[in-house]
Design a protein around this ligand. Structure first.
Ligand SMILES: Nc1ncnc2c1ncn2[C@@H]1O[C@H](COP(=O)(O)OP(=O)(O)OP(=O)(O)O)[C@@H](O)[C@H]1O
Length: 290
């Protein structure tokens, strides 16, 4: 368990993370928020890349202080948004290089590299140059470098951006597998990443973090706020003049009629019915409140 207590970060005078307290447990926690919310900054603090401006972090009774930095780094694996991979290196050469930087002994590395390649399902590519790998394979290699030293905590920044649907699904199941015996924190602005994999959610906006014990708890922000009804385009334009609406889906029927799925705080018209919300709708209600 990792306890984050009143953690705060400023760059100059700008507060990028307001004092925040939360706990990270085994399993996957999704860190969901729009661009600029402060997600990367939080991951970088946890990865010891940035120092916090205030507050503390504890793991198993050990405070994350400079005097323990070597130990802390041995506990953390980090896959940043952009990994500095070297296209001309072969997969195993790259992992050897990372392992050496991590201070791993050659004998241990020799044993560990085939193991980790198997974990990320890249064993058949071990002698390929990195430049020949697909986007999804490069991401899995990114995970391999992050877990080569068998850390208890895995931090992953925007992992599925730019992956095709098949690789996204494969990558999510890999993360799920890796979370069985470690803490995984995944930053994303894609709600599907969260609904498909996460046990818990941290919502983050403008440097403020809100802790949720389940995905369902975020979804419930939209309870009684998602409506479905049918109306023509002209009727819909009329409705919009009376009530604030976010359109989620518009499906064309016959006779110029449409079925509308919308978010609004009250019934858009008397025939509208509330429907069960999705995580994306819960997230949108949360984003638009205040
Ligand atoms: N090293 C830095 N110096 C000054 N300001 C910074 C620094 N790093 C980040 N910021 C600012 O902190 C805020 C949060 O940025 P951060 O990258 O953490 O957000 P994010 O949620 O990860 O967004 P994105 O999804 O776009 O990466 C932004 O306003 C950014 O400009």
């Amino acid at each position: 368990m990792l306890i984050i207590d009143q953690l705060m970060k400023k760059f100059g005078k700008k507060i990028v993370i307001h004092p925040s307290t939360f706990v990270l447990n085994k399993g996957i926690t999704g860190l969901l928020g729009p661009n600029g919310a402060g997600k990367t900054t939080l991951l970088r603090i946890l990865a010891t890349y940035h120092l916090p401006s205030g507050g503390s972090i504890y793991s198993e009774k050990i405070a994350w202080q400079h005097k323990n930095i070597e130990f802390i780094r041995s506990q953390i694996g980090y896959l940043p948004q952009q990994v500095g991979v070297f296209p001309t290196l072969k997969v195993t050469e790259y992992l050897e290089y990372i392992g050496i930087l991590r201070g791993m002994k050659p004998a241990l590395l020799k044993k560990r590299i085939p193991e980790v390649l198997q974990e990320v399902n890249l064993e058949e590519r071990s002698s390929y140059k990195i430049s020949t790998l697909s986007g999804g394979m490069k991401q899995r290699l990114g995970i391999a470098q992050a877990i080569i030293h068998q850390p208890n905590i895995l931090l992953i920044d925007e992992p599925t951006a730019g992956l095709d649907p098949e690789e996204r699904i494969r990558f999510r199941s890999l993360i799920k597998q890796l979370s069985k015996d470690r803490i995984v924190l995944v930053s994303t602005h894609i709600t599907e990443d969260i609904s498909m994999t996460c046990d818990r959610v941290l919502l983050m906006r403008k440097g403020i973090i809100e802790e949720h014990e389940s995905v369902q708890s975020v979804t419930s922000y939209a309870n009684n706020n998602v409506w479905q009804f049918s109306a023509t385009l002209a009727e819909f334009d009329q409705i919009k003049t009376k009530i604030s609406i976010i359109v989620i889906k518009q499906t064309e029927l016959e006779n110029s009629n449409y079925v509308w799925r919308v978010i609004s705080s009250g019934a858009p018209i008397s025939t509208a019915q509330t429907v069960a919300p999705t995580l994306e709708e819960g997230y949108m209600v949360w984003l638009n409140k205040n």
